[in-house]
Ligand binder design. Structure first.
Ligand SMILES: NC(=O)c1ccc[n+]([C@@H]2O[C@H](COP(=O)([O-])OP(=O)(O)OC[C@H]3O[C@@H](n4cnc5c(N)ncnc54)[C@H](O)[C@@H]3O)[C@@H](O)[C@H]2O)c1
Ligand SMILES: [Fe+2]
Length: 381
């Protein structure tokens, strides 16, 4: 038996942030990063809270790829302030921090039910609707995905006004994270009709609007569409889970601090080739791996040609590489120019072990051996 649930109530469209004036809470802790706290955009959050006569305080020390130390500081703050809800404002790092802070604080002192309202300011992780939170342990150079239904926000507020200030490079990285979520959900061994419907819509939107949002950050329509796509892809992978792409990307983030979406984007062409067992030398054959049919559907959604299976999968790989080039995302680690070949090659064995153990890898459509993962990391150089 399977089930499909959307636990989070999603508010979206014009004036969506007005919801903050009417939330059923009296005392909230806003958790955000220093950029947002210093920007005038924070008023878009605090003004409706004031209008609703809701008491609030701000914890603004979130950092990208939230490390355990920062989560502990947030736990301390929450237990001192004892809010009846948390309002998470920011990218995946702020939302994941908020999920972890609430979870760990209530384990220390279960003083009552604490709501969680997530307000994304990037169109990327879909964390506003997922039961995942990714926490980093810099000492061990590891990223741990925490998974529990209890982490899922009660409400999400999607307002694309908050995303307009995202610079092109972060629009590119986070947008490719959306695409990777949707694609991995489409080919996951855990996929179902509900998750696939959501993922396919997200893919269609990425095909039309990601480049537009990248080229003109003030293109409101494109921003709104990508904000919806991010949430749709989040709902999709919350049900279908992800795959090897994310399992391997987490290690590139943990060790080399490559932004999450960028690491996913760079790996994508390699993972599509691995999962389909189709590369630029392939000839047609009588049988294909299961992912091939699903990649073909995705290619069609993007408007790519479908002469035969090999060319269709190749067109999908080419589309991803085209997007990377257009949005100035490096195609390889060596092209980044910031990591030496020696340090990268030395890290591969450890990264391969960690990617094999990563929970996302379990639902990859092709079961990888460690040697495959090692080879994929080498190919990425
Ligand atoms: N929980 C999940 O389901 C899930 C899924 C995928 C990724 N993640 C995690 O989320 C994190 C990545 O999140 P992210 O990609 O949203 O990036 P992020 O939250 O780390 O933010 C990246 C940068 O963008 C800046 N930023 C955010 N909003 C901005 C705005 N409106 N204008 C200008 N700058 C802005 C931030 O200050 C930061 O410097 C990683 O830790 C990743 O592992 C979580
Ligand atoms: Fe992701």
């Amino acid at each position: 038996m399977k089930s499909f649930e959307i636990k989070t109530k999603v508010y979206f469209g014009d004036q969506a942030l007005d919801r903050l004036a009417e939330i059923p809470y009296r005392k909230v802790l806003v958790i955000t990063d220093p950029f947002m706290a210093q920007s005038s955009m924070i008023n878009l959050i605090t003004d409706p809270l004031k209008k609703g006569k809701i008491e609030f305080d701000i914890f603004k020390d979130v950092v990208p790829d939230p490390p355990i130390e920062k989560i502990s500081e947030g736990v301390k703050k929450m237990l001192e302030y004892k809010p009846d809800a948390i309002v998470a404002v920011g990218g995946g790092s702020a939302i994941d921090s908020s999920k972890s802070i609430r979870e760990f604080a209530l384990r220390v002192d279960n003083y009552g039910k604490v709501g969680l309202i997530a307000i994304p300011t990037t169109s990327g992780t879909g964390s506003e609707v997922t039961s995942f939170a990714v926490v980093s342990d810099p000492k061990e150079q590891m990223k741990y995905p925490l998974v529990s239904r209890d982490l899922t926000p009660d409400e999400a507020i999607l307002d694309a006004e908050l995303v307009k200030s995202v610079p092109p490079a972060i629009t590119a990285d986070t947008g490719m994270d959306v695409f990777t979520h949707a694609l991995e959900a489409c080919v996951s061994t855990n996929k179902n009709d509900f998750s696939t419907a959501l993922a396919e819509k997200a893919i269609e939107i990425c095909g039309v609007f990601l480049l537009r949002a990248y080229l003109d950050g003030n293109d409101t329509h494109a921003r709104q569409k990508m904000h919806s796509a991010s949430c749709l892809a989040g709902l999709a992978f919350n049900s279908a889970s992800l795959g090897l792409n994310h399992g391997m990307a987490h290690q590139l983030g943990a060790i080399f601090h490559i932004p999450h979406g960028r690491a996913n984007a760079m790996l994508l062409p390699h993972i599509i080739e691995f999962n389909s067992d189709i590369n630029k030398h392939s000839k047609s054959r009588t049988e294909y791996l299961p992912a091939v049919k699903r990649y073909a559907t995705v290619a069609q959604l993007l408007g790519l040609s479908s002469y035969n299976k090999i060319m269709t999968v190749r067109s999908l790989v080419n589309w991803v590489q085209f997007m990377l080039k257009e949005m100035d995302i490096p195609l390889s680690i060596s092209q980044m120019g910031t990591i030496s070949e020696e340090e990268y090659m030395n890290a591969i064995d450890h990264m391969a072990d960690a990617a094999m153990a990563d929970g996302c890898t379990d639902t990859n459509p092709r079961v990888p051996r460690k040697a495959d993962v090692v080879q994929l990391y080498k190919n990425l150089w």
